[in-house]
Design a protein around this ligand. Structure first.
Ligand SMILES: Cc1cc2nc3c(=O)[nH]c(=O)nc-3n(C[C@H](O)[C@H](O)[C@H](O)COP(=O)(O)OP(=O)(O)OC[C@H]3O[C@@H](n4cnc5c(N)ncnc54)[C@H](O)[C@@H]3O)c2cc1C
Length: 451
């Protein structure tokens, strides 16, 4: 966005090869959870009744069919979720060993289960996949702009840049955003040199989250001319591929979530010794296959040490003090998700921000225990990891496709110089099919599984 080139966002601390390696080891585990498990394929959230904190009137609801979400009727909600819904955190706290009481000192996200439980609905994530919906224009631009301008941080000392971005802000009448965080947390009042590493981290998470959404849109794009779902390379290049720092931020988010699973694995080892249940209210509610896939994911993450980000965040006193500001800004971003005018985009936006918020809580609040996490947090974490894993995969395929396209264009150029019609047209047509032949060979050789 406007501010990003000067935010030092292009630095990377992750090993992309190690991430591809991790991908190949966990690729079969994630669908076991996100597609086949009653627990991880359902989600509970306040989808329709949460207030947008940014602007008063909000008539920008997306009317496209693609934006609609099918919610679950009461009799369609899986037993495991019904069971969780019956748990009253305060009265059963000791009995279940869950600490679901809201603790604003630890939470990085605005959680519907805490703030508006009665307005929550259940949705099947499998039946409402994240993909192109057609939601775009002034409304989406204003939301992304608000997220970057009000909640990301300026790391460099470029005062003129900050002024410029303020002056250039545009919002439709009635859409000028309220300042969510208290005044003292305004990005302009925080010295750019304080906690710069942590500020960069927040900027990267947001940009990686945005790039990941864009990847899913382009990976599952509806081509209105051909009336079919397709992968759209031009879309991916325009939104992600032409900006190397956005690809890096996808990998950064992968590493962050990966690190959260390493922390979970450490706790699982401790729990095994103490025979404490890992899921609240108890392990028995989760079927054995799902539990095994979850544990394996965590232990594989634990073994893949190379993926882990090396930097220590919030290590010195100054950045420790900054943590509260960081939390407030992330919290505000999670509230902005309620302004998204497309139901399906709002569902996935809320889920993924909750997933990142849960990872931050596990990583930077040492007292957070796995069995303290609410179902919506742990389900969001697993599904967000699945989403970012898809984005990593998309980056691989789209970059391969881009190279293949360049080669095809070169071959066509040589053909155009060397042959006359109709041979030129015939050869050019076959050259165009080369990508599909190449793709078929990769597929037959099972390359996607090796990456
Ligand atoms: C939370 C949320 C969820 C959404 N989910 C969906 C969905 O599921 N399906 C769907 O079809 N649409 C979804 N949208 C809309 C989608 O994100 C785009 O806004 C829309 O496709 C229009 O895209 P655009 O090309 O105009 O640029 P946008 O993606 O709207 O980006 C706006 C500006 O932000 C900057 N920018 C873009 N990407 C990055 C990045 N990674 N890092 C830094 N800066 C960046 C660029 O300057 C760009 O011009 C969602 C929007 C939001 C806010």
């Amino acid at each position: 966005y406007l501010l990003l080139p000067n935010m030092g966002i292009s630095q990377t601390e992750v090993d992309t090869d190690a991430i591809y390696g991790m991908q190949s080891r966990i690729r079969t585990l994630l669908p076991v959870m996100t597609e086949q498990s009653d627990y991880f394929s359902n989600y509970k959230l306040n989808l329709y009744r949460a207030e947008c904190p940014l602007w008063d009137n909000d008539n920008a609801m997306c009317s496209s069919q693609g934006c609609a979400v099918d919610t679950l009727e009461e009799n369609e909600v899986s037993d495991v979720w019904k069971r969780f819904s019956d748990v009253d955190p305060s009265s059963k706290k000791n009995e279940t060993k869950c600490n679901w009481e809201h603790n604003s000192q630890l939470d990085y996200c605005y959680l519907d289960e805490v703030s508006s439980e009665q307005d929550c609905v259940f949705v099947s994530l499998v039946n409402n996949p994240e993909r192109f919906t057609g939601y775009s224009g002034d409304h989406t631009a204003a939301i992304w702009r608000n997220i970057y301008e009000q909640n990301c941080f300026v790391v460099d000392d470029d005062e003129s840049l900050k002024e410029k971005s303020r002056r250039e802000s545009f919002y439709k009448p009635g859409m000028y955003p309220f300042q969510l965080s208290p005044k003292e947390d305004d990005i302009l009042t925080i010295s750019p040199s304080v906690a710069s590493q942590e500020k960069r981290m927040l900027n990267k998470i947001i940009s990686g989250f945005h790039a990941s959404i864009s990847s899913h849109i382009c990976e599952n794009y509806y081509d209105t001319n051909r009336n079919r779902w397709t992968r759209n390379l031009e879309c991916w290049l325009a939104k992600v591929g032409n900006y190397p720092e956005r690809i890096e931020n996808i990998f950064f988010n992968y590493a962050l979530l990966h690190q959260a699973f390493v922390r979970i694995a450490d706790q699982l080892v401790e729990m095994e010794n103490n025979s404490t249940s890992s899921f609240c209210p108890d392990n028995l509610a989760i079927d054995a296959r799902t539990k095994l896939a979850f544990d394996n994911l965590a232990f594989i993450a634990q073994q893949d040490r190379k993926v882990i980000m090396s930097s220590k965040f919030f290590a010195d006193e100054e950045s420790q003090k900054f943590k509260e500001t960081f939390r407030k800004h992330f919290h505000d971003v999670s509230r902005i998700m309620d302004c998204v005018g497309c139901d399906k985009c709002r569902l996935w936006g809320k889920l993924q921000i909750t997933g990142y918020g849960t990872a931050l809580k596990l990583l930077f609040e040492p007292e957070t225990q796995l069995n303290d996490l609410r179902p919506s947090e742990i389900v969001a974490l697993v599904n967000t990891f699945d989403r970012i894993a898809h984005s990593v995969q998309s980056s691989f395929w789209f970059q391969l496709r881009r190279r293949a396209d360049l080669s095809v264009k070169f071959i066509q150029f040589v053909i155009a110089l060397s042959f006359k019609a109709p041979t030129r047209e015939i050869l050019s047509f076959f050259a165009e099919q080369l990508w599909y032949i190449f793709y078929a060979i990769l597929y037959i050789c099972n390359v996607p599984r090796l990456i």
